[in-house]
Design a protein. Structure first.
Lengths: 809, 423
């Protein structure tokens, strides 16, 4: 008989009961966290766009979901949404404002016909979000192409010449003799994650672990690091090139925090340390979006302790596990994605109505996790489906649950929600290890370093500024009046506070409005300087290349998407018909808002902003530019030197009347100084008979009509408020909310007449609510289009549960 | 290459997932081991059979209180109430054979009260009338015997072995140990005590998906989920609106009656010879009160003496108190009304309400054919005013809890899910 020796593994049970251990009082942690979550509530923004590409002159439609981060319920914090359009040089082209109502906003962005083709970025945020990291703003790439014959080649992103390979030990560090999982991310020369394989060796070349990426260049391996060694990874990229990269140094002492996130019912946590023998206590804290979920004491016996947390006790989302020592110093940290599969279950079906192949009915049904009908607020886009244009912005599901809490660009974020296969769960866990981001740093909030709140949560439009003497001393009690120019007469008064600050709460204003802000000293005497606050958008710093950066431009497909087009700046004939708009030249457009009594452009001479490049000082740059006009220097003590007064050769010695945005300036005053040259949109000179007469006697010396810039045009620099102070008062352009048109959905008859041949968006509806039965439906027409289409439905239930469904048909 | 982190998980402290086990021997009255005896935890999927030495071992013990049931053909079932916090090292059972005399009595009764006569009534009350009941069948109806008491109009049922129910709608085979079943035909009240053991059926992926869906639907409407929600303090979040229903005297009617009484007292002297009847009084009143008041008074006098008033929506904290780590006590005065506001009542219940018992007796209005469907509504009463225990799994010690309304109708074996079910 063989004498079999059976080795029995006896599990050592480390179940420690708090009754006989010294527990750590976690109250400083919990109180710091509750202070953070109550005083610094986090907002998130997600946008569903009708599409993520455009031609110049095109219109983008969107629905914005502005939610609180904790529950994804409509946020009550902010009522104004900002949308930045950022060009391929990473400069902010335009900043648009939209009104948020009950956490939802809808609107559109007109892409100017002067837009240069290339890669644009659309970014959305609230003023409150500016207090925190700009990494957490919503952003998505927009591709703009120009199909006109003389289109310039769009600037291509500069490829990152180097491969990049980085390592992220689980818990933060590699510690001597502590078996650790290490995640890595390999980035190819195109800036996207790239699949690699290779080995980890020590300095002598001994292989300690093979490595192979799983998804998007990310992968993991496990090994037992020893301090005496230095570890190097050697990997091979798909282009055959190889790279060697050193792993982080092995620390002599410390903790390892290992999480098993691959089990169905629970999250396993194991803490090991290498320094101390005997028992020691640590405390584990779990939080999600600022909400404390759990604190637990763990006693380490023989340098290790474990814990299992049932998933049902944790919400869906990114959960941050941190271990602290008895002095409440954070030791190690790990982000884990917990998926309870408790978001809305969506059913979207599309069926042809009757015998007509172009008439379709879409039925949506939404259910909660227990299959009860769910009332929810959805948006829906139906677009022509074209291969190669599939990589859109992340869905509301991936965005609110994942990308809004991670750093960098998440490639193909929706992949992680596509199925529940073990490799998908592991790929998501790799993402947590490599691209995790924290909205706060524990060490900071525990030592009382909370974020500085510079930006107010905005409930309504405001205009604020400071009143000072010409010597920059604040004038307390100065009376400030705000007067609107044009259409809606608005007159508001306020008084500056002790530090000369004033603030106007404005009513709902759409588009660009012109205001005069005039200050009077309490004494009624003396000149005052008014400085309007600027609230410029935060600079855009791209985090590596965005996901569509190097996809081929899509010119060949434009024809499929847009149908016939005119060739002029990609404008579409049929679209023009629909909108009933005239094609305006840039010059006509620039002149349109002029207040010239004769009509815009009816003048002896016209200059536009294009004729005045880099013009700061209008007095200087108009010098010698105006035919038959000379600028005469006149000494003026109030400006501390000479001012330039315009005279016409035919004016018989009478100064020309300067009209700024319709307001006539005092004859012979320093009117040309009132407007910074960069703010001028057009200058019209009226000198001769018929042109002058409409201004009467005041204009008998000739007239200069100056119009300042308005929104909606591709100005180089579009910070909406001028910073330059003006004596006694200031003219300012104020960008109100953007106006929106409804998406034009044709009727059956119109569709039959083939009116709808243009445009890639077949249907767009920003608000579609499901009823008590959880159902909603709509009908749409494909007109002359017979190809495949994509339906994307996104939305939020009353309780903050997310609904998302995409179907291709 | 995929590396899977493998390490020993230890379950402890507040995250405890009881990884305990229970063992013992089952013998007959003489101490002889009974191999093949069924040992299970009531209302769960945890069950086993004794081995050839009569020894059983159970793992996956639920947290908190539970009932351990031992059955063997020809023997009376035994039930022990246990708590996971204090499990005995060994738990032995000595089963007693079913008394022969008693059996003989049952047999005689069975002759008159057969399945053919009572099967339909029994099935309706035992399995229920929900949509899922159509997918259920009793595999061994011939084991069930009935006793009918014509005076009390009560139907009783007993079974000589566990009743086997195939629930094709939810995908379970349920082994039901029937302890007591009593139906009052007049009042339509049913009392029964059963110890079911659940076993999942296996099917193809489509079949499995359908079962999963149906289980979710059954769970959503279940009393078990209400109890879980109550225990977790998430009533509002989970869609329940719970209020106390208080009976109040109709003070306005009393006031009007007083006014009439005074009038009556005033006129009794002048009407001495003609004792005042209500008719006379009305006649008097007609003269004395102005028209509008009279109309109003008449309306008030037609009202009931008591009105029912709904209290404000309650939070779980208002009606439960934590007893220990895994148990809470539900306690309230009077009647508790619970409405589940996530989904309207099932078609079958809607029909039942209007065809069999008439409209909800709270509003008291006459049945109208086109009444809209309502949210499922249940009234709960503590029969003896004693608090009842509920625990995290949704288990409720419901012997003293009277359930009237939707859950009384719904909670039958066709919709029953094991307490270890998780959505």
């Amino acid at each position: 008989m063989l004498n079999l020796k059976i080795r029995v593994l006896v599990p050592v049970v480390l179940c420690i009961f708090s009754a006989f251990t010294l527990t750590i009082d976690p109250s400083p942690i919990t109180s710091a966290l509750s202070h953070f979550s109550s005083d610094y509530p986090q907002e998130k923004v997600h946008l569903q766009l009708d599409k993520n590409y455009a031609l110049p002159g095109d219109t983008m439609y969107f629905k914005a979901y502005v939610v609180n981060a904790e529950k994804n319920q409509p946020s009550g914090i902010s009522n104004i949404l900002y949308v930045d359009i950022i060009n391929s040089r990473n400069e902010i082209d335009r900043t648009l404002r939209y009104k948020i109502e009950d956490g939802f906003a809808q609107g559109m962005v007109d892409m100017p016909d002067t837009l240069v083709a290339g890669r644009y970025t659309l970014r959305a945020y609230t003023n409150w979000m500016k207090n925190f990291s700009a990494n957490l703003f919503f952003k998505t790439e927009l591709r703009v192409d120009d199909v006109s014959p003389n289109a310039k080649t769009p600037p291509q992103p500069v490829p990152n010449p180097k491969h990049d390979l980085r390592f992220f030990p689980e818990g933060g560090n590699l510690t001597d003799k502590l078996n650790t999982t290490v995640a890595f991310k390999a980035v190819g020369s195109d800036g996207r994650g790239e699949e690699v394989s290779g080995t980890i060796t020590d300095e002598t070349g001994v292989v300690v672990a093979p490595i192979k990426s799983l998804f998007a260049g990310m992968g993991r391996f496990q090994f037992n690091p020893v301090m005496a060694h230095q570890y190097v990874a050697s990997v091979k990229y798909k282009d055959g090139s190889t790279q060697k990269a050193a792993l982080p140094r092995v620390q002599p002492a410390g903790y390892a925090l290992a999480v098993n996130n691959l089990e169905k019912d629970y999250i396993g946590i194991k803490v090991t340390q290498n320094a101390v023998a005997g028992a020691s206590n640590i405390v584990l804290v779990a939080q999600c979006n600022g909400k404390l979920l759990q604190t637990a004491d763990i006693t380490l016996l023989d340098n290790q302790g474990t814990l299992a947390i049932p998933r049902k006790k944790l919400p869906t989302g990114i959960i941050q596990f941190t271990i602290f020592d008895s002095a409440l110093k954070p030791l190690a940290e790990r982000l884990v994605f917990n998926d309870r599969h408790d978001q809305l279950k969506m059913n979207v079906t599309v069926a042809q109505v009757g015998s007509d192949a172009t008439w379709h009915k879409v039925t949506i049904s939404a259910m909660d996790n227990l299959l009860n009908p769910a009332m929810a607020n959805f948006s829906i886009s139906i677009t022509k489906k074209v291969d190669g244009l599939d990589t859109g912005p992340p869905s509301i599901l991936a965005d609110l649950l994942l990308t809004s809490d991670l750093r960098g660009t998440i490639e193909d974020a929706d992949h992680y929600f596509a199925d529940q296969l073990p490799q998908t769960i592991e790929a998501l866990d790799n993402l947590m290890l490599t691209q995790g981001w924290r909205r706060f740093v524990w060490a900071d909030i525990l030592s009382g370093n909370y974020p500085i709140l510079t930006y107010a949560a905005e409930n309504n439009l405001t205009l604020s500024g400071t009143v000072t003497t010409p010597g920059d001393k604040p004038v307390a009690g100065a009376k400030i009046s705000l007067l609107s120019k044009g259409g809606a007469a608005l007159h508001l008064d306020t008084v500056a506070n002790a530090s000369g600050r004033f603030n106007f709460n404005l009513p709902t204003i759409f588009e660009t409005q012109q205001f005069a802000v005039v200050a009077t000293a309490p004494s009624g005497k003396g000149d005052l300087k008014v400085m309007i606050d600027r609230n410029p958008p935060p600079a855009y710093i791209p985090e590596g290349l965005l996901y569509t950066a190097l996809l081929p431009m899509w010119k060949p497909t434009v024809k499929d998407l847009y149908g016939p087009y005119t060739g002029i700046k990609g404008r579409l004939l049929s679209e023009v018909k629909i909108k009933g708009q005239k094609i305006q030249t840039a010059r006509q457009k620039a002149l349109a808002p002029s207040s010239n009594y004769n009509g815009a452009g009816f003048a002896d001479q016209v200059l536009t902003y294009k004729d005045l490049p880099n013009c700061r000082d209008l007095e200087q740059c108009l010098q010698g530019r105006l035919t038959g006009v000379y600028l005469k220097p006149v000494f003026d003590p109030s400006v501390g030197g000479y001012k330039m007064v315009p005279f016409s050769g035919m004016g018989m010695g009478k100064p020309m009347l300067v009209v700024i945005d319709g307001i006539e300036q005092e004859l012979g005053s320093a009117a040309l100084r009132k407007v910074p040259g960069t703010d001028v949109q057009s200058v019209e000179v009226l000198r001769t008979g018929a042109n002058v007469t409409s201004y009467g006697m005041r204009g008998s010396g000739g007239v200069i009509v100056i119009t300042t810039k308005h929104g909606g045009i591709d100005y180089e620099n579009l910070n909406d408020l001028p910073a330059q102070p003006t004596k006694g008062g200031v003219f300012t352009r104020y960008n109100g909310y953007q106006l929106s048109r409804e998406f034009y959905a044709p009727t059956f008859a119109q569709a039959k007449q083939n009116v709808l041949t243009a445009g890639p968006t077949l249907f767009w509806k920003p608000v579609l609510k499901t009823d008590e039965e959880g159902k909603a439906s709509l009908e749409f027409f494909t007109g002359g289009y017979t190809g495949k289409f994509t339906i994307i439905v996104e939305g939020l239930g009353d309780d903050g549960k997310i609904g998302y469904k995409r179907i291709d048909q | 290459m995929r590396t899977v982190i493998a390490f020993m998980l230890v379950f402890c402290m507040q995250f405890a997932m009881a990884q305990q086990h229970l063992t013992g021997t089952v013998t007959d009255e003489r101490g002889e081991p009974l191999p093949g005896a069924s040992v299970f935890i009531a209302n769960t999927q945890t069950g086993t059979a004794t081995n050839s030495q009569g020894v059983y071992t159970l793992t996956a013990i639920p947290v908190g209180e539970f009932k351990l049931v031992v059955t063997f053909i020809g023997f009376d079932p035994q039930v022990k109430t246990l708590n996971s916090a204090a499990l005995p090292a060994e738990l032995n059972f000595k089963l007693q054979p079913i008394h022969q005399e008693l059996d003989a009595v049952t047999i005689t009764a069975k002759n008159k009260n057969t399945w053919a006569k009572w099967g339909e009534t029994f099935t309706r009350e035992f399995i229920g009338r929900s949509a899922f009941a159509a997918g259920c069948s009793i595999a061994n109806p011939n084991l069930i015997s009935f006793t009918y008491n014509d005076d009390a109009k009560t139907l009783g049922a007993t079974a000589s072995a566990p009743i086997i129910i195939n629930n094709e709608a939810l995908g379970y085979v349920i082994n039901v140990t029937l302890v007591d079943f009593k139906l009052n035909i007049n009042t339509n009240e049913v009392d029964y005590l059963v110890y079911p053991l659940f076993k999942e059926l296996t099917g193809g992926p489509n079949q499995q998906a359908e079962w999963e869906q149906n289980r979710l639907k059954a769970y959503s409407l279940s009393f078990m989920r209400f109890n879980r929600s109550l225990y977790a303090g998430k009533l509002k979040e989970d869609g329940y609106e719970v209020r106390l229903l208080k009976a109040k005297p109709n003070t306005e009617k009393q006031r009007v009656q007083d006014i009439y009484q005074k009038k009556y007292a005033f006129y009794t002297d002048s009407l001495k010879d003609n004792p005042a009847t209500l008719k006379q009084l009305n006649k008097v009143a007609e003269k004395d009160f102005i028209k509008d008041s009279l109309k109003y008074y008449k309306k008030v006098l037609a009202q009931a003496n008591k009105t029912y008033e709904l209290g404000e929506p309650l939070k779980a904290d208002n009606i439960i108190k934590r007893k220990d780590g895994a148990t809470s006590l539900l306690h309230f005065d009077g009647e508790l009304q619970a409405i589940y506001k996530k989904i309207k009542e099932p078609d079958e219940y809607y029909k039942y309400r209007y065809e069999i018992i008439g409209p909800s007796d709270i509003n008291g209005s006459a049945p109208v054919q086109q009444q809209p469907k309502e949210y499922p509504l249940t009234q709960l009463t503590l029969e003896k005013g004693i608090p009842v225990e509920i625990n995290e799994s949704g288990y409720i010690k419901n012997v003293d809890l009277y359930i009237h309304g939707f859950w009384g109708w719904w909670e039958k074996l066709a919709t029953k899910l094991p307490y270890d079910y998780q959505p």
